[in-house]
Design a protein around this ligand. Structure first.
Ligand code: SOE
Length: 368
């Protein structure tokens, strides 16, 4: 255990707020860390909902103005779990006050906002990290090691999909993720950001050029308050091809209309000596082919990344564990005076790819 405590203030208490809270609550129960988080305040616009979130999720206090968290001397870390339209304002203010910042993905809604966040991070004494949690799936971290060790040889293809289906029903309401001014983009920035970061992380190469398409299948949806309908102003799906800095070719697809697929982040990497394949819907497994056919690796051995902190072989981990791993790495980096990864600069890179895909629609060539 440690005698060093870092006070945490979290902004937002919906899906990401709930899973981050789970990670803040249990990280020191499973990992020996040089610092321990103190869950001081959860902040949200609704006083009643923020109070309920504090009680249910384990926060000592609740607040309705995120600026009050930044003014407190007993808060060292600001954890941003809000829709993308507020990431930049909160992060820039927190970093200017010397706070450490963990910001949910995508880093921002625009490249300009992401650039301002990177500039603020460079000037701040606070450390910063963007929460691309899929890097912290043990099977993904193991896959990266296999590739970095050269066991797949020269990487030729990265094939990444992120398939969901939660808005296939046209009567699903016009929530904030379907509104450009709040979310920045649709499937592209929400789940496409994940496969961009995860693919680059896996192969150690950056995407250096893209051409792609986006589509919105359902353009009008019922308003959440039942008062009528409103326009969907973001993409429902995106598909693009890419060149990577080490010469690999990338194919990417992010959609919320893959009927029957719930949270299928799938990546296959093909190299000159072999391949590997991962599907988050079977997140404890990694399929590896080193020339003798694909073999299933059950990634639950104590020597596998992060796994030793949890259960015996074969018991498996879940979605929430990746956030505990993320926060463990974040706290360890802060304690070591090091920059956590992925950095805001990594997040800006993803933002540039997102923007390039959106702008590349014009490069589409009709086939007569
Ligand atoms: C989209 O619905 C979503 O919640 C993403 O925003 C998360 O980043 C992803 O982990 C699960 O799906």
């Amino acid at each position: 255990m440690t005698d060093r405590t870092l006070g945490v203030g979290m902004v937002g208490y919906a899906f990401m707020g709930r899973v981050h809270s789970q990670a803040w609550r249990n990280v020191t129960a499973f990992f020996d860390l040089p610092v321990a988080p103190a869950m001081r305040v959860v902040c949200g616009r609704s006083e009643e909902a923020a109070r309920a979130a504090a009680d249910r999720l384990g926060w000592a206090e609740h607040a309705t103005d995120w600026r009050s968290l930044i003014e407190r001397d007993d808060i060292d870390i600001i954890d941003i779990c809000t829709p993308g339209d507020s990431h930049a304002e909160i992060a820039v203010a927190a970093l200017a006050a010397g706070k450490h910042v963990l910001c949910e993905k995508p880093l921002a809604n625009t490249v300009a906002e992401a650039e301002a966040m990177v500039e603020a991070a460079a000037k701040s004494t606070g450390r910063s990290m963007v929460a691309f949690n899929y890097r912290r799936v043990p099977a993904v971290a193991l896959a990266r090691q296999i590739i970095a060790d050269g066991r797949l040889g020269e990487i030729r293809h990265v094939r990444a999909q992120y398939l969901q289906d939660w808005i296939v029903d046209p009567d699903f309401p016009l929530v904030w993720r379907l509104q450009k001014d709040l979310a920045g983009s649709g499937a592209l920035g929400d789940i496409g950001a994940h496969i961009i970061d995860t693919a680059q992380f896996l192969v150690g190469q950056d995407i250096v050029g893209v051409t792609g398409l986006t589509e919105t299948f359902v353009r009008e949806r019922p308003l959440p308050d039942g008062s009528g309908t409103g326009p969907v102003t973001v993409d429902d799906a995106a598909a693009w091809v890419a060149r990577l800095s080490g010469g690999a070719l990338g194919t990417f697809e992010a959609t919320r209309f893959a009927t029957g697929r719930k949270n299928a982040l799938r990546i296959e990497v093909n190299g000159s000596l072999g391949s590997l394949a991962f599907d988050f819907e079977a997140m404890n497994e990694l399929w590896v082919n080193e020339g003798q056919g694909f073999a299933r690796v059950l990634v639950t051995e104590p020597e596998h990344p992060y796994v030793g902190a949890w259960w015996p072989p074969g018991h498996g981990l879940g979605y929430e564990h990746t956030f505990t791993h993320e926060i463990k790495d974040f706290l360890e980096a802060i304690a070591a005076g090091a920059d956590p990864t992925p950095s805001f600069a990594d997040g800006l890179r993803v933002q540039r790819v997102l923007e390039a895909v959106e702008q590349s629609d014009g490069a589409y060539r009709e086939i007569s």
